[in-house]
Design a protein around this ligand. Structure first.
Ligand SMILES: CC(C)(COP(=O)(O)OP(=O)(O)OC[C@H]1O[C@@H](n2cnc3c(N)ncnc32)[C@H](O)[C@@H]1OP(=O)(O)O)[C@@H](O)C(=O)NCCC(=O)NCCS
Length: 186
């Protein structure tokens, strides 16, 4: 378990797949998190996708459930991913499926917890994230933790009748070491 001030992160359990099923079939959440409002997944598909992770032996990804400290209720999920066995860069993703919990500092805290995990436990050299250029909350919450926009991918995804730009953001270990006393949120 990884504790923050507002939420904690815990590992995914089989019982969480029901909640994940709701989020991963939610038009609004999927538009922001996957650029795919039409994204749908069956329970069978989910069970297959998370099988290795639930066994504790998926080398590519760790998924966390975001749980509110005060209520003990899950309000979203987050992940850290590696694209290959010897990579020095991790990729993070966060989605607060429960909309009423957005805009209250949770995303900033989860971003911080994942970033700290990547650098201080997994010895990563760099952490990246990809988001829609119009996702002001995702961009701002990452910037508050020292991430910078490294590039804009113009018209890279299509949904809801138009093309959307995306941004790639990143923070290096040096950036993190330099900034961590300022961004530390403990
Ligand atoms: C993106 C997300 C994780 C951000 O988490 P959050 O808890 O809502 O964001 P925070 O409350 O930590 O806010 C971070 C900053 O963004 C700003 N912000 C929040 N919502 C905003 C909005 N709609 N427009 C502009 N700024 C916004 C906040 O004001 C804050 O900046 P400030 O402290 O300088 O005022 C969350 O909104 C979410 O899960 N959205 C849906 C899924 C998604 O977009 N996932 C990310 C895909 S990469």
């Amino acid at each position: 378990m990884i504790r923050g001030k507002i939420v904690y992160l815990r590992g995914l359990e089989k019982e969480d797949l029901g909640l994940l099923h709701t989020y991963l079939n939610d038009e609004e959440v999927m538009a922001w998190a996957r650029s795919r409002p039409d994204h749908m997944v069956s329970m069978e598909g989910l069970e297959r996708e998370y099988e290795a992770e639930l066994r504790g032996d998926d080398p590519r990804r760790r998924t966390f459930v975001v749980v509110e400290n005060t209520s003990g209720r899950p309000i979203g999920w987050a992940s850290i991913r590696w694209h290959g066995p010897h990579t020095t860069t991790a990729d993070i993703g966060i989605a607060l499926g429960d909309k009423q919990h957005r805009g209250k500092g949770v995303g900033t805290e989860v971003n911080y917890l994942l970033t700290r995990l990547a650098f201080e436990q997994y010895n990563m050299h760099k952490v990246e994230l990809w988001t829609l250029a119009e996702n002001k909350a995702a961009i701002r919450s990452a910037e508050k933790n020292g991430y910078r926009i490294e590039g804009t991918l113009r018209e890279t995804v299509y949904f809801n009748g138009r093309f959307h730009d995306a941004v790639l953001m990143g923070i290096t270990k040096d950036d993190y070491e330099r900034l961590k006393s300022k961004i530390r949120n403990e």
